[in-house]
Design a protein around this ligand. Sequence first.
Ligand code: ADP
Ligand code: MG
Length: 581
Amino acid sequence: MSRIHRLDPLTVAGIAAGEVIERPASVVKEFVENALDAGATQIRIELEDGGRRLIRVTDNGCGISREDAPLAFERHATSKLQILDDLDHLSTLGFRGEALASMAVVARVRLVTRERDTIAGTAVEAAGGKVVKVEPVGCPEGTSVAVHDLFADLPARRKHLRSARTELARCVEVGAPYGLTREGLLLELRHGGQPLLQVDARTLRDAFGALVGRRVAERAIAFDQTRRHTRIRGLIGRLEDTRSAATHLYLLVNGRPVRAPRLVSAVVEGFGTRLMKDRWPVGVIAVETDPATLDVNIHPTKREVRFEDEGLVRSLLRETVESALSEADLTTQFAFSPQGELVDARLQHAEPTAPAAPGELLTRSEQLIASVVQEAFAEAPAPARRAAPRPRQLRALAQVLGTYIVAEGERGLCLIDQHAASERVHYEALRAAIAKGQGASQQALLSPLPLHLSPSEHRALQENEALFRELGFSFEPLGGTSVAVRTLPVVAGTLQAEGTLHELLDRLSEDRPRKPLGEEAVWLVACHAAIRAGEPLSTGQMQELLDALLRTDAPQTCEHGRPTMVELSAADLERLFKRRG
Ligand code: ADP
Ligand code: MG
């Protein structure tokens, strides 16, 4: 008996549709891409019940002619690609000719369209994978496509849809980044008739502001670099505007929002030690490169791309971000609430505080997305601060609480965390010495320091001998798991050496260190060598520390990304004392 049989065409289509359309957000994505491909400058997304009942996308693009309108629903029917070769110089977002065909398999679709400069519009209705009606209608120029009751006839698929608010959050997450892709675009999203998001992209900064909050966007650092046919431009948020997730780091490749964890990590590397542990940059980064060096056809929904030379793009990204940050003034600035109270900008923008969607409360994981919506409407009237580059000079005035140095800079008052500052100084000195290949300078101990190690510490020591040598440590075996320390890095006092070593060995014997080992070891030595909080300092010592800090490459943060200094400008002081509003 034959057991293999051909599936009927509708089932085949249903399987293929499953790859493209998983949920309302997939529909939003395909329709918005079609609208952009049609040259639209205005796009409205309307959702009901999180997109489960209705998804309608309306654009003012070129429209579709009467003859073409029904064709748009045929599988692999597209106006964007003629022959396979065209895939190498794609300039459109769509090209597979699958979206509308797939939509008609999984839902009831109605398309209403009028071609520019023609009189009559056309309505096409499709369901069950077929066009069921074509009729003339009166309608504005452009196209409006609606998907009703997604998966209504496919209970197994319908069951996998999540709650309305989760699906809504995904629609926002997927749809919003398109607002960043074209200057001059107006993208609107409404849910149940309520406006949720409006991106008026007069400039990239405006569009970015609609997604991350105007204030964050206003003070974000702009960059634009072209090298080897690849242009990288965009905006990166300041250190105090980082988030606890990477959801607000938008990546665009040739005008297409993409998910690209490896590009995200290149951006993070560009931040280097400026980024605090567990924090993520906010930003929008647009990569434009020769389409021939790019494959966008590796995923049915085209949300991933493959570069011919990913290494090159990654290093360009890293360098661009690194240089944008090193040219900018990253001193933490205080922000003022609208009432003129002093608030830490970091706290203000760090986490979304209240859920935004009217009515229902959102779960934690949805809050991040909700914050997109919320911030789009948050009134944030902060004046843009065009700060001069980092302070050139700091004059130590006093120490408070045995921990902070009060100093005067050209722009006003500075408070410096003495431990963080000293860590930055030691860290860079150690790095520099190691980079030069000389290793950190070492001091010989008059009497070797005996150390009793656990077996795992001992193993870690043996396996990482070269690293320790680079850092300035050297040892002699004392039998068993004991060793004698003969030399130490100059920066480490004898007293701290034992603690530093134990901590280092401890980390080295952990299964999965978080940073490259060398780096982590350098951090630790720097941290242990640094001036502690609570240590009294003379004015001379404070001045020495501040001078050394200003000579470092990144004086505004310690090597873990915490700020070393905060600044109150003359204007800030005036506002504090209500000398001006
Ligand atoms: P693709 O975008 O891959 O070509 P689709 O199934 O999404 O495939 O669309 C099929 C065709 O329908 C497109 O190539 C385009 O010619 C036309 N089309 C779809 N949506 C629109 C729109 N909003 N405006 C103008 N034409 C559209
Ligand atoms: Mg398409």
